[in-house]
Structures are given as structure tokens and as C-alpha cells.
Write a protein that binds this ligand. Structure first.
Ligand SMILES: NC(=O)c1ccc[n+]([C@@H]2O[C@H](COP(=O)([O-])OP(=O)(O)OC[C@H]3O[C@@H](n4cnc5c(N)ncnc54)[C@H](O)[C@@H]3O)[C@@H](O)[C@H]2O)c1
Ligand SMILES: O=c1ccn([C@@H]2O[C@H](COP(=O)(O)OP(=O)(O)O[C@H]3O[C@H](CO)[C@@H](O)[C@H](O)[C@H]3O)[C@@H](O)[C@H]2O)c(=O)[nH]1
Length: 324
């Protein structure tokens, strides 16, 4: 099967490229390398280009005759979206619109989209079901939700089918150690804590200790990137078999607070680094955990790494030897 993977040189995309490459898919990665890395693309062809380059992308669709698209490319940092909302709408919404118009033009009817738990905003009890109200509290979540709307409307108007996967907090690294998270100026909690444990940072901050959560710090549902990659394999197989359009949460269904995660990183690494309790970060909801059973029922996904220790160990091992 010939597939296009946008953002395949990035953290999550590269893990999916590896999983699909091992299964023999014919992969083209399209990535501008703004946060991705050439070395992270372990299978297929890498075409370096920007999603806004309409001529280049059109030519790629014309010549390569894709049967499915997996769309990871985008801007991902919640606080940056608060300071640069238009940049986020441009990269996440406008560029997705153009990609979808090419799918329509060239009859590519199977699409997998990287959506996010941020579309839920601030759910009352912190638990997000796929049919919970959608009320993002930051431009990042809003920009992704707008793409979900386009997908739904396009599927109503044609034979286009999609799976939108709403990822919770993706973390960890390939257990074989070939790839991992290499985001420049990382903001993700487990990544930042791993960097601090490795001595790459002098200290780290806790953003907010006055949330309405058991210990006052934010709670998130951390999912291992290799499990998430497998969810994409299953979603692609599901669409190939004729499955109807779906929106599915990707999480384990239980959360950890910022303080719990940091304590676990210290315990696992044996490094007692400095942690500074500071003010809240803009755009952060108090608590986000997935209602996580639907994805297992619909596409038959079974998580293998639902263990915070395993997630942290793999992130730390990657950080220690990180080649790129
Ligand atoms: N990391 C998470 O916890 C998380 C959670 C929910 C959703 N997501 C979504 O998953 C997707 C992948 O995230 P990630 O963590 O791998 O981030 P990442 O930054 O590592 O990957 C994004 C990739 O897209 C590329 N890219 C960005 N804009 C582009 C453009 N205009 N044209 C071509 N390439 C472009 C980057 O170079 C990078 O390789 C994103 O859409 C993100 O919103 C991530
Ligand atoms: O140095 C740090 C980094 C993070 N945090 C806190 O840790 C929690 C998790 O933050 P982070 O790892 O940055 O993830 P989120 O902001 O929850 O966002 C991630 O998870 C979302 C889904 O839940 C995705 O949509 C986003 O793309 C992805 O960046 C938040 O409360 C942060 O305030 C700290 O206290 N200190």
C-alpha cells in the first residue's frame, strides 16, 4: 500500500514510519524538518518540503498515487499557540485544508489524523469520552478541532473515510533505541525531566501547584509512543478493510500528576535534580485523562506498555545517548 506520511521525521511520525516500514508499506515521508530529523526516518523516501508548498505537494500526489495519508505535520506546543495563534491556525488548520483538497483532487479516500486531547478543553471531572463536549481552551486545541470538522464534513460529502486519533500525552521512546523524542527546546514534561536527570538542564519547573487536583499539580494520561504507533497500524488496517470514519481517544485511561511523574523520574534515574515550583503556564487544563475503551473495541488496539516506569526508562535511555 502506497502511503504519504506528513511529519514522518518528527517524534510520533517517525515511530509510525518504523512500525509501518517493518510491515512492508510503501512510504513517502513529507516533512520540512522544522522540528523533525532526517535520521529519524528509518524507512521509505523522505521528501523535504513545506505543507504550504502547493506545487510540490500536488506533484507528489500526481506522481506517487497514494492510497492513504497519515497526517502528523503540525505545530504542537500549547503555550506557543497562546502567544502565536495565527501561526498555529496556519500550520494546523490552513495547511490541513490544502492537504485535504489534494486528497479530494486525487481520490485518496483513507486518512489518519493526529488529533489531540486538547480538543476537550477542561472536562468537568477531567475524564474525556469521545462524545464529551468539545471546548478547547487554547488555540492549539482549537486549530486541531477545526481540522476534525473538515474531516467530518468531507466524509459526509464524499466516499472519503478517516480515523482521527485524539492522542493524550505521548512519551517514551522506541524500545530498540533507534529513535526517540528530539524536539528542539522541548516543553514536554517527561522529556524535560529526562533532560534534567541527564544534566542537560540545571533544574526544571513545575508550572502551577494550585490546581484543583489531589496534589495541586496538573494530571495527564501518559501513553507510550510505541503503543500509539501500533494504534496507527490498526487504524490503517481498519480503514483498508472498509471501516467507517471514527474519532478515537488514544490514552490508557488513568493519569499521573506532575509531581508524581517527577518523583518517578528521580526514583528511576537515581538522580535528585532541582525542581522549582512556579506559576501556572498559560493554556493548561487541570486534568485530562482518556475514557480509553472505544479504540480497543473498534480497531482492536491492545496496549503493551501501560506502565509509567517503562515509559520513563525508555525516555531516559534515549536522552542519555541521543544521537540527533
Ligand atoms: N506529542 C504529543 O504529546 C502530542 C499529543 C497530541 C497530538 N499530537 C500531534 O501529533 C503530531 C505529531 O507530533 P510530534 O510530537 O511528533 O511533534 P514533532 O514536532 O516531533 O513532529 C511534527 C513534524 O511535522 C513537521 N512539520 C511541521 N510543520 C510542517 C509543515 N508546515 N510542513 C512539513 N512538515 C512540517 C516537523 O518538522 C516534524 O517533523 C502533531 O500533529 C501533534 O499536534 C502530539
Ligand atoms: O517543564 C515542565 C513541563 C510541563 N509541565 C506540566 O506538565 C503537564 C504536561 O505538560 P506537557 O508535557 O507540556 O504536555 P501538554 O501541555 O499536556 O500537551 C501535550 O499533550 C497534549 C494532549 O494532552 C497534546 O495535545 C500536546 O500536543 C502535547 O504537547 C502540564 O501541566 C505542564 O504545565 C511542568 O510542570 N513543567
Amino acid at each position: 500500500m502506497k502511503i504519504l506520511i506528513t511529519g514522518g521525521a518528527g517524534y510520533i511520525g517517525s515511530h509510525v514510519v518504523k512500525a509501518l516500514g517493518q510491515l512492508g508499506y510503501d512510504i513517502t515521508v513529507f516533512d520540512n524538518l522544522s522540528t523533525g530529523h532526517r535520521e529519524a526516518v528509518t524507512y521509505g523516501d523522505l521528501v523535504v518540503g513545506d505543507l504550504s508548498d502547493k506545487a510540490k505537494l500536488d506533484e507528489l500526489f500526481k506522481t506517487r498515487k497514494f492510497e492513504a495519508v497519515l497526517h502528523f505535520a503540525g505545530s504542537i506546543v500549547v503555550p506557543d499557540s497562546v502567544s502565536d495563534p495565527l501561526g498555529y491556525y496556519l500550520n494546523n488548520t490552513v495547511n490541513s485544508h490544502f492537504l485535504l483538497s489534494l486528497c479530494q483532487k486525487y481520490g485518496v479516500n483513507q486518512f489518519i489524523f493526529s488529533s489531540t486531547a486538547a480538543v476537550y478543553g477542561m472536562p468537568g471531572d477531567g475524564v474525556c469520552r469521545e462524545d464529551s463536549p468539545l471546548a478547547p481552551i487554547n488555540p492549539y486545541g482549537q486549530s486541531k478541532l477545526m481540522t476534525e470538522h473538515m474531516l467530518k464534513d468531507l466524509s459526509f460529502a464524499s466516499n472519503f473515510r478517516y480515523v482521527a486519533l485524539r492522542y493524550f500525552n505521548v512519551s517514551g521512546a522506541d524500545p530498540e533505541g533507534r529513535i526517540g523524542q528530539s524536539f528542539p527546546k522541548a516543553t514536554h514534561l517527561i522529556k524535560v525531566a529526562s533532560e534534567t536527570a541527564c544534566g542537560k538542564r540545571e533544574k526544571m519547573d513545575i508550572f502551577g501547584t494550585d490546581y484543583a487536583t489531589p496534589d495541586g499539580t496538573c494530571v495527564r494520561d501518559y501513553i507510550h509512543v510505541t503503543d500509539l504507533a501500533d494504534a496507527h497500524v490498526k487504524a490503517l488496517e481498519y480503514l483498508a478493510k472498509g471501516g467507517k470514519s471514527e474519532v478515537l481517544n488514544c490514552g490508557y485511561g488513568h493519569g499521573f500528576s506532575v509531581k508524581e511523574v517527577i518523583a518517578r523520574v528521580k526514583e528511576i534515574t537515581g538522580v535528585s535534580f532541582t525542581v522549582v515550583e512556579g506559576p501556572r503556564r498559560p493554556g493548561d487544563p487541570a486534568s485530562l485523562t482518556a475514557k480509553a475503551d472505544r479504540i480497543q473495541q473498534v480497531i482492536g488496539w491492545k496496549p503493551k506498555y501501560d506502565d509509567l516506569n517503562v515509559i520513563i526508562k525508555s525516555a531516559y535511555e534515549w536522552e542519555k545517548k541521543r544521537p540527533f
